[in-house]
Design a protein. Structure first.
Length: 126
């Protein structure tokens, strides 16, 4: 009799569609964040390379090594996410590409704020 008086807590999600939707939304968020991180590494490495370029004795070698390292990290970790999928391959590629693009936009916006403004007037005009 006491057992019937104690109410059991309602289940968090008893509908299988809700569980499926939550898993899908989590995988979308994880892939977008992974794309943001990979894009940040790629474009952050590009920014560091361009900033150090005038100080290098062999700039072609430095740029070449930078491109190889950045592409290896981007494609290697992206391939790792494709190897152990949390979404379909097309969805994985598209979401990571959107994340990389967003990180590019964020870095451009942040880095343009740090640069000094350049005059757009031709030389000799007021």
């Amino acid at each position: 009799m006491i057992d019937s008086m104690i109410a059991s807590p309602p289940p968090l999600m008893d509908n299988p569609w809700e569980i499926s939707l939550m898993i899908h939304l989590m995988s979308v968020a994880i892939l977008l964040v992974a794309g943001l991180v990979l894009g940040g590494l790629y474009f952050g490495g590009l920014w560091m390379t361009l900033r150090r370029l005038p100080r290098w004795r062999r700039p072609f070698l430095g740029v070449g090594v930078s491109v190889l390292v950045r592409l290896t990290v981007l494609l290697g970790l992206g391939g790792l996410l494709l190897r152990y999928p949390i979404a379909s391959p097309l969805q994985t590629i598209l979401l990571m590409a959107v994340g990389v693009w967003l990180s590019r936009m964020v870095l451009i916006t942040l880095l343009l704020k740090t640069l000094e403004p350049v005059s757009t007037h031709p030389i000799g005009s007021p």
